[in-house]
Design a protein around this ligand. Structure first.
Ligand SMILES: C[S@@+](CC[C@H](N)C(=O)[O-])C[C@H]1O[C@@H](n2cnc3c(N)ncnc32)[C@H](O)[C@@H]1O
Length: 360
């Protein structure tokens, strides 16, 4: 039997599990779940041992909303000796396969954080040992396999692999972003991460550049506006609440105190619409598809707040409503959603039309 191990935000194991089980079933692959409650770890045990690698080849990680990172297990839980851990791991791996890189991982919990120090210490001799055994190549190979070592404790590890082109480049799928001291709210990291995650760096010059116009709905005090301003954009910020003075002083921000659901841009030259309004996700989803279909903006980045219960179902319904609206107008589109590291009770969605919006 093989398992797929998935990492998600602690407390979201049920959603992450339900999603992988459903999307695997679409590919006629079946298995059962083992959730590590509040540890952000999900095991999906597949009935057919070939299905782990097959599923990883078929299903892009980008299509999973709640999983930050994943790998296919190569071993069960290995009990490590107090000494010679490197040898024990090498032995369990054998020499048949080669890996382009190694990720040492833990649960995203306080206990997990405490283990990180241990992992960092072990990483040096482990890398050396695996290099010597010619198991770790450290070649920058986008088609290569990545070796994952998930440490449950200092004495227990599970080994597995992911495919470099279909896994997160970050350990446990967590990018570590620095909070910019001039930003007026911690929310700023959500949009920073969203741009990093959804927009390929090679396209930043044309899709995230200076001189663009942007609208920020639910903007106060300005953490998201800050990310647009720092990229040289001109921003119309919509919120009844006050915006940080430091942002207004840049001369790049126009603040309108009004309802974000009523605002309509005067000139149709808005590139980015961003939206972090705390509102019913159905309402936000509808508003976002209207903006794109009316040609008010070219791309939208927004949050859908999650309910207390039925979170996976709700977000699936909201995304489906957006897809239905786009399909009704026969437009081609790109639509991805992710529960990002800096998100809490919300998921971030990126949408853009790839064919022109219908003429009115
Ligand atoms: C989570 S905060 C936004 C934080 C902001 N993105 C930042 O980074 O500083 C949500 C904001 O949405 C605003 N809001 C909620 N409903 C709104 C509406 N209908 N129109 C405009 N703003 C709204 C609230 O006033 C609040 O300031």
């Amino acid at each position: 039997m093989t398992s797929i191990v998935l990492y998600c935000r602690p407390g979201f194991e049920k959603e992450c599990g339900a999603e992988i089980q459903e999307k695997a079933a679409w590919n006629e692959m079946y298995g059962y779940l083992e959730l590590k409650k509040n540890q952000g770890i999900v095991f999906f045990h597949l009935h057919n041992s070939d299905d782990g690698e097959l599923l990883m080849n078929k299903l892009p990680l980008k299509r999973l909303i709640f999983a930050r990172q994943w790998f296919v297990s190569l071993t069960d839980v290995i009990d490590l000796p107090e000494y010679n851990r490197v040898e024990a791991i090498s032995e369990a791996l054998g020499t048949e396969w080669q890996y382009a890189d190694l990720r040492m991982e833990t649960a995203d919990t306080n206990d997990g954080k405490a283990l990180t120090k241990f992992c960092r210490k072990l990483a040096v001799p482990l890398r050396q040992g695996l290099r010597k055994a010619k198991v770790l190549t450290e070649k920058n190979d986008k088609d290569g396999a990545i070796l994952h070592a998930l440490f449950l404790s200092g004495q227990q590890v599970i080994l597995g692999f992911s495919l470099a082109h279909n896994s997160s480049p970050h350990v446990m799928g967590i990018p570590r972003l620095k909070f910019p001291s001039q930003a007026p709210s911690r929310s700023t990291l959500k949009l920073d991460e969203a741009f990093l995650y959804f927009i390929p760096k090679a396209e930043w010059d044309s899709r995230l550049c200076s001189g663009m116009n942007a609208v920020d709905l639910g903007s106060a005090p300005g953490g998201w506006t800050y990310q647009l301003v720092r990229r040289g954009m001109m921003v119309t910020a919509i919120d009844n609440g006050p915006m940080a003075e430091s942002l207004m002083e840049t001369g790049q921000v126009k603040h309108k105190t009004m309802d974000g659901f009523k605002y309509v841009p005067m000139k149709q030259n808005v590139y980015w619409l961003v939206c972090d309004m705390i509102e019913k996700p159905q309402r936000v989803a509808k508003l976002m598809s209207e903006w794109l279909l009316n040609g008010y903006c070219k791309e939208a980045m927004f949050n859908l707040k999650l309910p207390m219960k039925g979170r996976y179902q709700q977000v699936t319904e909201d995304l489906q409503a957006i897809k239905d609206a786009f399909s009704e107008h026969h437009v081609k589109y790109e639509l991805y959603a992710k529960h990002l590291y800096y998100d809490r009770e919300e998921v971030t969605v990126h949408a853009r039309l790839l064919s022109p919006a219908p003429q009115k």
